[in-house]
Design a binder for this molecule. Structure first.
Ligand code: PZK
Length: 293
């Protein structure tokens, strides 16, 4: 028997997920909420939390040879009401930096490159176009802002914040290793992993452990490979229906976000499930069955 969610102490909450205290462990719960342009819409995308949790679990299982992770279980200790969208994880001492890896130049990286020719203090070749593949994946850490946008920092500043330059070097190498492994896997399945963000912690024996969610559409940019074309921004695999609808809706992208119409909800849900099935090579129903959702 597991406790009801409502009785568990809340440790942390983000725009679309929560962490609860289980005593010696934590429960990470992914909601069905969706944000576009950094604003959460009032209505959910059914199954989004289950897709993201299933994808995280898939990648944790696939990448243990690169670095250990905090994943323990998506069944044992998970309350019935969050089955399929929650995982029990180890408690860690989290490092105070966000570990971003970019294989393509887009988003804030593209803005920085246009302004300075560099991203996070890493000089890039001249003449890159928006969404171009980088010669090699780059590590572009940021600080964790309590609210608002994370601030880009260079490696030296990240090492300062972590207080251990050697550890920060291992974090960088492991981050790039995880990205490269996942990008190769995704590319074989018709999906481009443009960039992603990891969070790391230390376990009680000071071993480096990757935590949080990993390589999900909320922590990463996934693009369909068949329509990839540098020179402009690429459609997001998961959220493009909502963004396209929002652009034509007259919403000015400031809070509050409007309700997403039913057909857009259904199209978006189908894209999340498609992402799960493409990337894992398994039916989404298998995840629901495995977790008793
Ligand atoms: C932890 N966050 C970020 C904020 C979220 C996540 N294994 C861990 N041990 C201790 N603390 C954390 C983790 C993890 N992962 C991560 N905050 C605490 C965060 C808001 C919602 F789901």
């Amino acid at each position: 028997m597991s406790a009801a969610i409502a009785d568990l102490p809340l440790v942390a909450s983000g725009k679309v997920r929560e962490i609860y205290d289980l005593g010696d462990r934590l429960l990470m719960v992914a909601s069905d909420r969706i944000s576009t342009y950094d604003v959460v819409h009032p209505n959910p995308i059914p199954d989004k939390g289950k897709v993201l949790t299933g994808l995280s679990a898939f990648w944790f299982a696939k990448t243990g040879h690169i670095v250990s992770n905090h994943y323990l279980s998506a069944t044992e200790g998970v309350p019935d009401e969050v089955r399929g969208r929650a995982m029990v994880v180890r408690k860690l001492e989290m490092l105070p930096v966000e570990c971003v890896v970019r294989g393509y130049i887009t988003g804030s990286g593209w803005k920085d490159y246009q302004a300075t020719g560099s991203v996070s203090g890493i000089e890039l070749p001249p003449g890159l176009r928006e969404s171009d593949k980088l010669p090699t994946p780059i590590f572009t850490p940021s600080t964790k802002a309590e609210e608002g946008h994370d601030e880009a920092i260079d490696f030296d500043r990240a090492a300062e914040l972590v207080g251990d330059r050697d550890l920060m070097g291992r974090v960088r190498d492991v981050s790039i290793g995880l990205y490269a492994f996942a990008a190769d896997h995704a590319r074989e399945r018709g999906v481009i992993l443009a960039d992603t963000k990891f969070e790391f912690g230390l376990d009680p024996s000071s071993e480096l452990v990757v935590g949080d969610e990993v390589l999900t559409p909320d922590s990463s940019r996934y693009w369909p490979a068949d329509t990839y074309e540098p020179g402009h921004g690429q459609p997001s695999f998961d959220k493009q229906y909502v963004r396209d609808w929002a652009s034509g809706s007259g919403w000015d992208k400031t809070p509050p976000a409007p309700e997403v119409p039913e057909d857009v909800v259904e199209g978006t849900r189908a894209r999340y499930v498609e992402a799960y099935e493409k990337i894992t090579g398994e039916p989404f129903d298998a995840w629901l069955a495995r977790t008793g959702a």
